[in-house]
Ligand binder design. Structure first.
Ligand code: ADP
Ligand code: LRH
Length: 481
């Protein structure tokens, strides 16, 4: 029984937010205590995060969520990290995963440990920004030589709030250094890649209390102690999948924000060569689960086009895109060539031309091309995830900021030939808060029970598949040849 108030800190690539959740066994409600912009800062040749700005945003959010909090949980985007020196001081400002320092680095790492071998241990899709490649890019720098600890972004913030130095396991699974079967660091990979074993701190599973807010944090936020910090699925995608309001196990999810993470939930990893060839990841989830998914570029493509056009009104752009003819031109939204910022409309047009299609030329046509391409990538990933894992899929849950995009949701339903259930937009915050509430003892059960609570606490929108399924297959063939 009982009721708790917890703060869910959810840091996305486009914005950070702190949600104050009131949770009882029958209902979870939240208010957005604080939202602040997030984005890259270019300093010289390097793209960074403004990590102290994020820390300040978290403090401002905790102050707004207080004065009474029963716990705090933090999730953020994956792979990025801070390095601490022997005094525990942060070495430099964390580098953004879109920085170009990892160009060509996966190939160099695979010359030491073949990609197939890495995959058999980690089950991780090769993305140039996986922590393992970032660390290889930092080889030989004074910074890495001075580093004694590595903390992923949510763990770094938790460290500053509590003093604890631990690594939460769902996010650790995106480093490329974790054994997906045992959910522990792979000492073998760490050694073979010449990394200092001492960099990696003890792993904790979601639900573990990692510490309490330090006195100066309490003073600065006006909170009354003790306030525990509870490890949640600290990878935002892990928390978002906990927040999927699924009724049965036969679902696929599309967690759409800056990225689209598309796949199914499994009990154990699938480390097959076919999965590796298809670029599937086995990211570790809450309660011993595995997120078998593919990372697709997501609304980043739209964000970057919009930035180029001076950020016009989003609603107007989407209405104009809805009036355009469908599937006129598509690009491979899984192509890592789109990771770096800049020049996006031109790069999209060039990709269309390369595949023998007439490039879209107006903003409306370009946005339509982006959304058709995302829906197509969702279709491919949902189908392949089901095929490669043997998991039945009856419905596709769309969560995250993209659940607000009605055109994208309808196109995803059409492309997949399956009903789409859209919402909640703040699935990651729900997943974060409910894992805390369960650790505090207010909720019981497993993911099924947590999802039931999400379902009864939020509204969702259902989209039925429509249109001609053959058109999507034909569009897919334009890309796959
Ligand atoms: P992240 O967590 O990666 O920062 P979000 O999940 O917050 O991303 O999603 C942000 C995206 O959601 C935006 O880039 C935008 O495309 C989409 N979005 C937000 N609000 C709306 C809206 N009202 N209508 C359509 N799309 C929206
Ligand atoms: C989404 C996300 C995704 C990662 C990317 C770096 O926010 O965590 O799961 O691949 O950021």
């Amino acid at each position: 029984g009982g009721a708790v108030r917890v703060a869910a800190v959810d840091l996305g690539a486009s914005s950070g937010r702190v949600m104050a959740f009131d949770v009882t066994p029958g209902r979870a409600t939240f208010v957005e205590a604080h939202r602040f912009p997030n984005g890259p800062v270019r300093l010289g040749d390097t793209l960074h995060w403004d990590v102290l700005g994020l820390y300040r945003g978290v403090l401002d959010g905790l102050r707004a969520a207080g004065p009474r909090l029963d716990a705090v949980g933090i999730d953020s985007w994956a792979v990025d990290h801070g390095l601490l020196d022997a005094d525990g001081a942060l070495l430099g400002n964390p580098v953004h995963y879109r920085d170009r320092r990892t160009d060509g680095v996966p190939e160099a790492v695979h010359a030491r440990v073949p990609a197939a071998e890495l995959y058999r241990v980690t089950g991780l899709q090769v993305l140039p920004f996986n922590t393992v490649y970032q660390l290889a890019a930092a080889r030989g720098t004074a910074q890495l030589a001075a580093a004694r600890r590595l903390l992923l972004i949510p763990d770094l913030l938790a460290h500053w709030l509590t003093g604890a130095r631990v690594t939460e396991v769902t996010n650790a699974s995106t480093t490329g250094l974790l054994d997906a079967r045992t959910r522990t660091w792979s000492a073998d990979l760490v050694a073979r890649l010449d990394l200092a074993a001492g960099l990696f701190t003890p792993l904790v599973e979601p639900g573990t209390e990692v510490g309490v807010l330090r006195d100066h944090v309490l003073a600065e936020t006006g909170l009354t102690g003790p306030v525990p910090v509870v490890a949640v699925g600290s990878h935002d995608t892990a928390s978002a999948v906990v927040g999927v309001p699924a009724e049965t196990g036969d679902f696929a999810y599309v967690a759409t924000g800056t990225w689209s993470l598309v796949g199914v939930e499994l009990d154990r990893p699938v480390l097959s060569e076919a999965g590796r060839a298809a670029n599937f990841s086995n990211e570790l989830g809450v309660d011993g689960t595995v997120r078998y998914l593919r990372n697709v570029m997501g609304l980043w493509l739209l964000q970057e086009c919009s930035r180029e056009w001076g950020d016009p009104d989003l609603g107007g752009l989407l209405d104009a895109a809805a009036a355009e003819p469908g599937l006129a031109a598509v690009v491979d939204a899984g192509d890592p060539a789109f990771i770096a910022p800049g020049n996006m409309p031109t790069r999209i047009a060039q990709a269309c031309a390369r595949t023998g299609q007439t490039p879209p030329s107006t903003p409306a046509a370009i946005v339509r091309c982006v959304l058709d391409s995302l829906a197509l990538a969702h279709r491919r990933a949902v189908r392949q995830a089901a095929e490669l894992s043997g998991r039945r899929v009856e419905v596709v849950h769309v969560v995250g900021g993209g659940a607000r995009n009605r055109l994208l949701c309808q196109l995803t339903a059409d492309a997949c030939g399956l009903p789409v259930v859209a919402g909640p937009v703040e699935a990651a915050a729900y997943g974060n808060a409910l894992v805390q509430a369960r650790a505090l003892g207010v909720l019981g059960g497993g993911l099924r029970e947590l999802r039931e609570l999400v379902r009864s606490s939020t509204g969702v929108v259902r989209y039925e598949p429509s249109g001609d399924a053959r058109a999507w297959r034909a569009a897919e063939e334009r890309l796959t040849g």
